[in-house]
Design a protein around this ligand. Structure first.
Ligand SMILES: [Zn+2]
Length: 290
Protein backbone atom coordinates (compact mmCIF):
# COMPACT_ATOMS: atom_id res chain seq x y z
CA UNK A 1 0.00 0.00 0.00
CA UNK A 2 1.29 3.42 -0.88
CA UNK A 3 -0.84 6.27 0.45
CA UNK A 4 0.91 9.62 0.08
CA UNK A 5 -1.83 12.09 0.99
CA UNK A 6 -4.47 11.76 3.69
CA UNK A 7 -7.22 14.32 4.26
CA UNK A 8 -8.86 14.59 7.68
CA UNK A 9 -12.29 16.21 7.44
CA UNK A 10 -14.54 17.61 10.17
CA UNK A 11 -17.78 19.55 10.19
CA UNK A 12 -19.35 17.80 7.23
CA UNK A 13 -22.33 18.13 9.55
CA UNK A 14 -22.29 21.54 11.24
CA UNK A 15 -23.85 20.32 14.50
CA UNK A 16 -21.13 17.75 15.21
CA UNK A 17 -18.47 19.96 16.85
CA UNK A 18 -16.08 17.17 17.93
CA UNK A 19 -14.32 17.00 14.57
CA UNK A 20 -14.38 20.80 14.16
CA UNK A 21 -12.76 21.28 17.58
CA UNK A 22 -10.02 18.77 16.76
CA UNK A 23 -9.33 20.33 13.34
CA UNK A 24 -8.71 23.69 14.99
CA UNK A 25 -6.50 22.04 17.62
CA UNK A 26 -4.44 20.20 14.98
CA UNK A 27 -4.13 23.32 12.81
CA UNK A 28 -2.35 24.96 15.75
CA UNK A 29 -0.30 21.83 16.50
CA UNK A 30 -0.22 19.28 13.65
CA UNK A 31 2.14 16.98 15.56
CA UNK A 32 -0.51 14.40 16.55
CA UNK A 33 -1.66 13.95 12.92
CA UNK A 34 1.74 14.06 11.24
CA UNK A 35 3.47 10.88 10.08
CA UNK A 36 6.73 10.75 8.09
CA UNK A 37 5.46 8.63 5.16
CA UNK A 38 2.56 10.83 4.01
CA UNK A 39 1.19 14.35 3.94
CA UNK A 40 -1.83 15.14 6.12
CA UNK A 41 -4.42 17.75 5.12
CA UNK A 42 -7.07 19.20 7.44
CA UNK A 43 -10.41 20.47 6.14
CA UNK A 44 -13.58 21.98 7.60
CA UNK A 45 -16.29 20.88 5.17
CA UNK A 46 -19.37 22.95 5.98
CA UNK A 47 -18.41 26.21 7.75
CA UNK A 48 -21.78 27.88 7.10
CA UNK A 49 -23.68 25.04 8.81
CA UNK A 50 -21.16 25.14 11.67
CA UNK A 51 -21.80 28.86 12.15
CA UNK A 52 -25.53 28.12 12.34
CA UNK A 53 -25.04 25.07 14.60
CA UNK A 54 -27.09 23.02 12.18
CA UNK A 55 -26.48 19.73 10.36
CA UNK A 56 -26.75 21.60 7.06
CA UNK A 57 -28.00 24.82 5.50
CA UNK A 58 -30.15 23.51 2.60
CA UNK A 59 -29.47 19.78 2.39
CA UNK A 60 -27.16 17.08 3.75
CA UNK A 61 -23.67 17.80 2.33
CA UNK A 62 -22.79 14.14 2.80
CA UNK A 63 -25.33 13.18 0.11
CA UNK A 64 -24.15 15.65 -2.57
CA UNK A 65 -21.19 13.84 -4.13
CA UNK A 66 -22.73 11.62 -6.81
CA UNK A 67 -20.85 12.34 -10.02
CA UNK A 68 -24.03 13.22 -11.88
CA UNK A 69 -24.94 15.74 -9.15
CA UNK A 70 -21.46 17.27 -9.15
CA UNK A 71 -21.83 17.73 -12.91
CA UNK A 72 -25.38 19.10 -12.72
CA UNK A 73 -25.20 22.90 -13.02
CA UNK A 74 -28.90 23.17 -12.12
CA UNK A 75 -28.13 22.09 -8.55
CA UNK A 76 -27.34 25.37 -6.81
CA UNK A 77 -28.25 24.92 -3.13
CA UNK A 78 -25.53 25.90 -0.64
CA UNK A 79 -24.45 22.30 -0.09
CA UNK A 80 -24.60 21.42 -3.82
CA UNK A 81 -22.35 24.41 -4.54
CA UNK A 82 -20.07 23.54 -1.62
CA UNK A 83 -19.77 19.91 -2.85
CA UNK A 84 -18.69 21.16 -6.29
CA UNK A 85 -16.15 23.46 -4.64
CA UNK A 86 -14.80 20.60 -2.47
CA UNK A 87 -14.61 18.33 -5.52
CA UNK A 88 -12.64 21.06 -7.31
CA UNK A 89 -10.28 21.49 -4.34
CA UNK A 90 -9.61 17.82 -3.59
CA UNK A 91 -10.82 15.96 -6.69
CA UNK A 92 -12.01 15.79 -9.24
CA UNK A 93 -13.58 12.53 -8.24
CA UNK A 94 -12.27 9.86 -8.72
CA UNK A 95 -8.84 11.33 -9.63
CA UNK A 96 -8.21 12.87 -6.24
CA UNK A 97 -4.71 13.83 -5.20
CA UNK A 98 -5.69 12.39 -1.81
CA UNK A 99 -5.48 8.63 -1.32
CA UNK A 100 -7.59 8.48 1.84
CA UNK A 101 -10.24 10.72 3.36
CA UNK A 102 -11.03 10.27 7.06
CA UNK A 103 -14.33 12.03 7.85
CA UNK A 104 -15.05 12.65 11.56
CA UNK A 105 -18.69 12.40 12.68
CA UNK A 106 -20.60 11.87 15.91
CA UNK A 107 -23.89 10.12 16.54
CA UNK A 108 -26.66 10.53 19.09
CA UNK A 109 -26.98 6.72 18.92
CA UNK A 110 -24.94 4.54 21.26
CA UNK A 111 -22.61 3.42 18.47
CA UNK A 112 -19.37 3.39 20.46
CA UNK A 113 -16.52 3.88 18.02
CA UNK A 114 -17.64 2.83 14.55
CA UNK A 115 -15.74 2.98 11.28
CA UNK A 116 -18.01 3.30 8.25
CA UNK A 117 -16.48 2.10 5.01
CA UNK A 118 -17.32 0.57 1.67
CA UNK A 119 -16.27 -2.95 0.68
CA UNK A 120 -13.13 -1.82 -1.16
CA UNK A 121 -10.37 -4.24 -0.14
CA UNK A 122 -7.73 -1.65 0.78
CA UNK A 123 -10.19 0.38 2.85
CA UNK A 124 -11.32 -2.74 4.73
CA UNK A 125 -7.70 -3.64 5.38
CA UNK A 126 -7.07 -0.26 7.00
CA UNK A 127 -10.22 -0.58 9.12
CA UNK A 128 -9.36 -4.17 10.11
CA UNK A 129 -5.82 -3.24 11.13
CA UNK A 130 -7.21 -0.36 13.22
CA UNK A 131 -9.60 -2.78 14.95
CA UNK A 132 -6.70 -5.12 15.68
CA UNK A 133 -5.15 -2.26 17.66
CA UNK A 134 -8.43 -1.00 19.15
CA UNK A 135 -10.74 -4.01 19.62
CA UNK A 136 -13.62 -1.78 20.74
CA UNK A 137 -13.94 -0.47 17.17
CA UNK A 138 -17.00 -1.62 15.22
CA UNK A 139 -16.58 -1.91 11.46
CA UNK A 140 -19.75 -1.00 9.57
CA UNK A 141 -19.50 -1.81 5.89
CA UNK A 142 -21.85 -0.42 3.24
CA UNK A 143 -21.52 -2.09 -0.15
CA UNK A 144 -20.53 0.05 -3.12
CA UNK A 145 -23.72 1.96 -3.96
CA UNK A 146 -25.16 5.42 -4.61
CA UNK A 147 -25.29 5.87 -0.84
CA UNK A 148 -21.50 5.41 -0.65
CA UNK A 149 -20.86 7.48 -3.77
CA UNK A 150 -22.92 10.41 -2.44
CA UNK A 151 -20.58 10.86 0.56
CA UNK A 152 -17.81 13.44 0.70
CA UNK A 153 -15.22 10.76 1.39
CA UNK A 154 -16.02 9.09 -1.96
CA UNK A 155 -13.85 11.73 -3.70
CA UNK A 156 -10.76 9.70 -2.75
CA UNK A 157 -10.10 6.04 -3.60
CA UNK A 158 -10.25 5.16 0.11
CA UNK A 159 -12.73 6.74 2.51
CA UNK A 160 -13.48 6.01 6.14
CA UNK A 161 -16.16 7.75 8.18
CA UNK A 162 -15.73 7.72 11.95
CA UNK A 163 -18.95 7.75 13.99
CA UNK A 164 -18.65 8.10 17.76
CA UNK A 165 -21.56 8.19 20.16
CA UNK A 166 -23.71 8.67 22.00
CA UNK A 167 -23.25 12.41 22.19
CA UNK A 168 -25.96 15.05 21.70
CA UNK A 169 -25.77 17.33 18.68
CA UNK A 170 -23.77 20.55 19.26
CA UNK A 171 -22.12 19.16 22.41
CA UNK A 172 -18.42 18.74 23.19
CA UNK A 173 -17.32 16.09 25.68
CA UNK A 174 -13.81 15.30 26.87
CA UNK A 175 -14.27 11.52 26.57
CA UNK A 176 -15.65 11.72 23.01
CA UNK A 177 -12.79 14.05 21.98
CA UNK A 178 -10.30 11.55 23.42
CA UNK A 179 -11.92 8.64 21.57
CA UNK A 180 -11.91 10.56 18.28
CA UNK A 181 -8.27 11.58 18.77
CA UNK A 182 -7.25 8.00 19.51
CA UNK A 183 -9.20 6.59 16.54
CA UNK A 184 -7.71 9.07 14.06
CA UNK A 185 -4.25 8.43 15.50
CA UNK A 186 -4.59 4.65 15.13
CA UNK A 187 -5.81 5.01 11.52
CA UNK A 188 -2.82 7.23 10.70
CA UNK A 189 -0.46 4.74 12.39
CA UNK A 190 -1.94 1.96 10.26
CA UNK A 191 -1.42 3.95 7.06
CA UNK A 192 2.15 4.76 8.05
CA UNK A 193 2.86 1.11 8.84
CA UNK A 194 1.28 0.01 5.55
CA UNK A 195 3.44 2.52 3.68
CA UNK A 196 6.67 1.47 5.31
CA UNK A 197 6.35 -2.25 6.14
CA UNK A 198 7.40 -4.84 3.65
CA UNK A 199 5.60 -7.70 5.39
CA UNK A 200 1.85 -8.28 5.45
CA UNK A 201 0.35 -7.23 8.74
CA UNK A 202 -3.36 -7.29 8.07
CA UNK A 203 -5.29 -9.40 10.57
CA UNK A 204 -6.50 -12.71 9.15
CA UNK A 205 -10.10 -12.24 10.09
CA UNK A 206 -12.12 -9.55 11.83
CA UNK A 207 -15.72 -9.09 12.80
CA UNK A 208 -17.68 -6.55 10.78
CA UNK A 209 -21.28 -5.52 10.23
CA UNK A 210 -22.60 -5.30 6.72
CA UNK A 211 -25.47 -2.89 6.12
CA UNK A 212 -28.65 -4.57 4.84
CA UNK A 213 -31.36 -1.95 5.26
CA UNK A 214 -33.27 0.54 7.39
CA UNK A 215 -36.41 0.38 9.51
CA UNK A 216 -38.76 3.37 9.34
CA UNK A 217 -40.93 4.76 12.12
CA UNK A 218 -44.47 3.44 11.74
CA UNK A 219 -46.06 6.87 11.92
CA UNK A 220 -45.09 8.65 8.74
CA UNK A 221 -48.19 10.87 8.98
CA UNK A 222 -48.46 11.57 12.70
CA UNK A 223 -44.95 12.27 13.91
CA UNK A 224 -44.12 11.56 16.68
CA UNK A 225 -46.82 9.13 17.72
CA UNK A 226 -44.33 6.29 18.35
CA UNK A 227 -40.84 6.10 19.83
CA UNK A 228 -38.16 3.42 20.04
CA UNK A 229 -39.22 0.83 22.63
CA UNK A 230 -37.03 0.56 25.70
CA UNK A 231 -36.26 -3.11 24.86
CA UNK A 232 -34.44 -1.94 21.71
CA UNK A 233 -32.97 1.38 22.88
CA UNK A 234 -29.15 1.40 22.92
CA UNK A 235 -28.92 -2.23 21.72
CA UNK A 236 -26.67 -1.36 18.79
CA UNK A 237 -24.78 -4.26 17.19
CA UNK A 238 -26.85 -6.81 19.10
CA UNK A 239 -28.93 -9.42 17.35
CA UNK A 240 -32.55 -8.37 17.03
CA UNK A 241 -34.85 -11.33 17.61
CA UNK A 242 -38.19 -11.83 15.88
CA UNK A 243 -41.05 -10.22 17.82
CA UNK A 244 -38.74 -7.95 19.87
CA UNK A 245 -40.74 -4.82 20.74
CA UNK A 246 -39.23 -2.04 18.62
CA UNK A 247 -41.72 0.85 18.90
CA UNK A 248 -44.22 2.02 21.52
CA UNK A 249 -47.03 4.31 20.50
CA UNK A 250 -48.49 7.18 22.51
CA UNK A 251 -51.56 4.90 22.84
CA UNK A 252 -49.26 2.20 24.36
CA UNK A 253 -49.55 0.01 21.27
CA UNK A 254 -46.40 -2.01 20.67
CA UNK A 255 -44.87 -2.72 17.27
CA UNK A 256 -42.71 -5.84 17.13
CA UNK A 257 -39.82 -6.70 14.84
CA UNK A 258 -40.79 -8.62 11.72
CA UNK A 259 -37.72 -7.99 9.57
CA UNK A 260 -35.02 -10.36 8.37
CA UNK A 261 -33.67 -12.91 10.82
CA UNK A 262 -30.04 -12.95 11.84
CA UNK A 263 -29.83 -9.15 11.74
CA UNK A 264 -28.40 -6.62 14.20
CA UNK A 265 -29.69 -3.11 14.76
CA UNK A 266 -27.47 -0.03 14.50
CA UNK A 267 -27.87 3.77 14.56
CA UNK A 268 -30.83 3.21 16.92
CA UNK A 269 -32.56 6.54 17.63
CA UNK A 270 -30.14 8.69 15.64
CA UNK A 271 -31.61 12.18 15.97
CA UNK A 272 -30.36 13.27 12.54
CA UNK A 273 -32.53 10.59 10.90
CA UNK A 274 -35.83 11.78 12.41
CA UNK A 275 -36.45 14.01 9.40
CA UNK A 276 -36.17 10.96 7.15
CA UNK A 277 -38.33 8.91 9.55
CA UNK A 278 -35.54 6.34 9.81
CA UNK A 279 -35.64 4.66 13.24
CA UNK A 280 -32.59 2.39 12.92
CA UNK A 281 -30.42 0.48 10.47
CA UNK A 282 -30.11 -3.26 10.04
CA UNK A 283 -26.82 -5.04 9.53
CA UNK A 284 -25.56 -8.59 9.39
CA UNK A 285 -22.60 -9.65 11.48
CA UNK A 286 -19.94 -11.24 9.30
CA UNK A 287 -16.29 -12.21 9.45
CA UNK A 288 -14.17 -10.43 6.87
CA UNK A 289 -10.82 -11.67 5.65
CA UNK A 290 -9.03 -8.57 4.50
ZN1 LIG B 1 -22.38 13.39 10.78
Amino acid sequence: MNLRKVLIVGGTHGNEPTGIYLLKKWERDPGPVTRPSFETGLFLANPKAEALGRRYVDKDLNRCFLKRDLNDSALISYEDSRAKEINYMFGPKPESAYDLIIDMHTSTADMGITLICDDNKGTLQIAAAAKAQMPQINIYCIKESERIQSCLRSIAPHGIGIEIGPVPQNLLRHDILDQMTQTVSVLLDVVHKANTSSGVFWPEEVEAFIHIGQVMYPDIEQCPSAVIHRDLEDKNFQKIEKHTPIFIGSDHSVVRYKGPSNACAAFINEAAYYEKRVAFSLARKIAIKP
